[in-house]
Design a protein around this ligand. Structure first.
Ligand SMILES: Nc1ncnc2c1ncn2[C@@H]1O[C@H](COP(=O)(O)OP(=O)(O)OP(=O)(O)O)[C@@H](O)[C@H]1O
Length: 245
């Protein structure tokens, strides 16, 4: 299988803490993969390494077979990698539609209003397309972030806690948009999410990080049944995610 994104043996230390220690992860085009694990497992650090915000102490990152470990976040973004953050980062004083058009112009020097309108529609945002993004409630603002990240057809999409603050209905819409991006445009999606039920439902593969290493990975059912995963994470999470779903 051809992989769009390959992460090989990545290690990051913060003083005496090994935030990541020999982590491997590969993403194929059109795949939706979940990255889960307890607080402090290294998920955010992993996203920082993949998106280029943090240079790893060991290992490498490849995009379409090219080593990009030393490339800047901007270079990666220009070559089709997009990331959303745990904290919202919208242009609050631009309209929802302009948030998407700005993203398109930045990459290609030209807006694609048709693509933007289609995404706004798919994300249930058409009625607020002229509203200031900063005025939206959290769930809808997260949908704008997703639409903006997808506005110029990325090949790799990194979503950090995309469902946090969303209602059950919004999560359902989010899942269908993410599935559509993967299936229709072959985008490879990696998402960090604490809502395990949501991850298990949406993702075809799940990777579990614990203390900076990959504890388990595989199909959702296999990961859910893994004794080590239950002990390290799901035992404490089960009730929480059931309550959210
Ligand atoms: N800038 C930093 N300086 C020192 N230690 C850090 C730094 N960033 C992260 N760490 C440590 O690295 C480890 C991994 O942290 P990270 O934030 O990547 O985990 P996480 O899985 O994203 O956690 P959460 O689910 O709480 O967001 C933790 O032990 C954390 O305390």
């Amino acid at each position: 299988m051809r992989h769009v994104l390959e992460v090989e043996g990545v290690g990051v230390r913060f003083g005496g803490v090994r935030a990541l220690d020999g982590v491997d992860l590969r993403l194929a085009a059109g795949e939706v993969c979940g990255l889960i694990g307890p607080n402090g497992a290294g998920k955010t650090t992993f996203f920082d390494v993949v998106s280029g915000i943090r240079r790893p102490d060991a290992g490498r990152v490849l995009l379409d077979g090219t080593d990009i470990t030393r490339r800047s976040p901007v270079w990666r973004a220009r070559h089709g990698m997009r990331r959303t953050f745990q904290r919202q980062q919208l242009f609050g004083q631009l309209t929802v539609a302009d948030n998407l058009l700005v993203a398109q112009e930045w990459r290609r020097g030209g807006a694609d209003a048709g693509r933007a309108d289609g995404l706004l529609d798919a994300c249930g945002l058409t009625d607020v397309s002229g509203a200031w993004a900063g005025t939206l409630p959290v769930g809808r603002a997260r949908m704008v972030e997703l639409a903006r990240a997808a506005a110029d057809r990325p090949r790799v999409l990194l979503l950090d806690e995309p469902a946090s603050g969303m209602t059950a209905g919004e999560r359902e819409l989010l899942a269908s948009v993410v599935r559509g991006l993967a299936e229709e445009s072959g985008c490879a999606v990696l998402l960090v999410e604490h809502n395990v039920a949501f991850v298990m439902e949406l993702c075809s593969r799940v990777v579990v990080l614990d203390l900076g290493t990959v504890l388990a990975e595989g199909a959702p059912e296999a990961v859910r049944a893994d004794r080590r995963v239950r002990e390290a994470y799901l035992g404490a999470q089960g009730d929480h995610s059931a309550a959210q779903s």
